[in-house]
Design a protein around this ligand. Structure first.
Ligand SMILES: [Zn+2]
Length: 148
């Protein structure tokens, strides 16, 4: 299962101690999901903040990217039709058609960069349309994540 976890620390409103938010992003029922729960060791405050499908908010994504590093997805096999890549990109990231074309171009060229779960979801969807792609840890900094 593709899942990444990160911890974000902030000040506890209740006691002024350290509140730890544990955030997860994963693939569930062929969709991107994220959840967050918080706990404070000083006063015992704890709870579930969010659990559901959809793109993770930017602060959750950046915590995951900082903890695990970005992943890069590249199409490696021959692409019989760029239109099917464009279609998959639109399904996954809800972008406009011109943006999806641009992202599809990148996918078949230098690749797209994002969190592991985002890239794995794209890879799975591409494979179901006969397009082979590979996810690997990103080493360069020139890529950009899929806009949410
Ligand atoms: Zn507290």
């Amino acid at each position: 299962m593709t899942e990444q976890m990160a911890k974000i620390e902030s000040r506890c409103d209740g006691c002024g101690g350290t509140l730890v938010r544990q955030v997860n992003q994963f693939i569930h029922r062929d969709q991107l999901w994220w959840d967050a729960e918080f706990s404070c060791a000083s006063c015992g405050a704890a709870g579930c903040e969010h659990s559901g499908p959809g793109q993770a908010p930017e602060n959750v994504r950046s915590a995951l990217l900082a903890e695990h590093g970005p992943s890069r997805l590249c199409v490696v096999g021959p692409v019989s039709s760029l239109a099917s890549v464009v279609k998959v990109v639109r399904e996954v990231s809800q972008v406009s058609l011109p943006q999806a074309r641009e992202l599809a171009d990148k996918l078949t060229d230098t690749g797209l960069v994002g969190t592991l779960a985002e890239m794995e979801l794209l890879r799975t969807r591409l494979r179901s349309r006969g397009v082979t792609a590979e996810v690997r840890p990103d080493v360069g900094a020139e890529g950009r994540p899929i806009p949410s």
